[in-house]
Unconditional design. Structure first.
Length: 245
């Protein structure tokens, strides 16, 4: 039986609220999303924090590398005013805070964004401590992080985020035991979806920058996508129940 389409709020409802904050995650749930995606990195003192960029400059009032700041320093930063003054005071969440708030309320898609070799193991340990392993998917652009995740958590499904997909990537994904291959939305076609599904993978797109791309991914028969405007995706799915390529 086909699984439900994965309508995943990318860094929360990040078209409408500052990405990777409680404001964005809460809003995603309010508009009906039941799947949340966010990024995890390590601070200078080894804490797990939820932020996308390697540097603080774009999404906070801080500057410089995330990995050079302690958790205490990161907690003091404003992660909302850059988006709109009404979000002033939003903070960079720590992973345990996100798990405590949303585990059991949504499926969580955790991107291993940081590059430290301890990131995957620490993330898995934290997920298990909140009994959330059954409702989590791990993803990364970094094959090394995925390999580390598979070693310590073969029971947690994982997906590889890729800009292009050819035979070498499919073979590597099989060797790692990945559940998903995650192509950039602009390369998703019915033919690609059919080939990846025939190879045994779920197909979950990323980089959905417009409603046109959103519709392309659904009509191609993909299994899901991350999207900054989950309300518009959910409305489209209600009008156009997805098939499978």
């Amino acid at each position: 039986m086909a699984t439900a389409f994965m309508a995943i709020a990318h860094r929360g409802a990040s078209s409408y609220a500052p990405e990777n904050t409680f404001a964005a995650f809460d809003l995603a749930l309010e508009v009906g999303a039941r799947e949340l995606e966010f990024d995890v990195q390590e601070s200078a003192d080894g804490a797990l924090v939820v932020i996308h960029d390697d540097a603080l400059d774009r999404t906070t009032d801080g500057a410089g590398p995330v990995a050079k700041q302690t958790l205490a320093a990161l907690r003091k930063l404003d992660a909302g005013s850059w988006f709109h003054p009404r979000f002033a005071g939003q903070r960079i969440p720590a992973l345990p805070e996100v798990l405590a708030r949303y585990a059991g309320r949504a499926r969580l898609h955790v991107e291993l964004k940081g590059k430290t070799p301890t990131l995957a193991g620490k993330t898995v340990e934290c997920i298990r401590s909140y009994a959330a392993a059954g409702a989590v998917t791990l993803t990364s652009f970094q094959k090394e992080r995925l390999a580390e995740a598979r070693l310590c958590a073969p029971d947690i499904p994982a997906g590889w985020l890729l800009r292009t997909i050819a035979g070498a990537e499919i073979a590597a994904a099989r060797a790692l035991g990945l559940a998903q291959l995650c192509p950039k939305a602009d390369i998703v076609t019915p033919e690609l979806v059919r080939s990846l599904r025939a190879a045994g993978f779920l197909v979950r797109a990323w980089g959905v920058a417009s409603e046109a791309l959103m519709e392309q991914v659904v009509r191609a028969g993909a299994d899901g996508m991350t999207v900054n405007f989950p309300d518009r995706l959910l409305a489209f799915l209600a009008r156009n129940p997805p098939g499978r390529a």
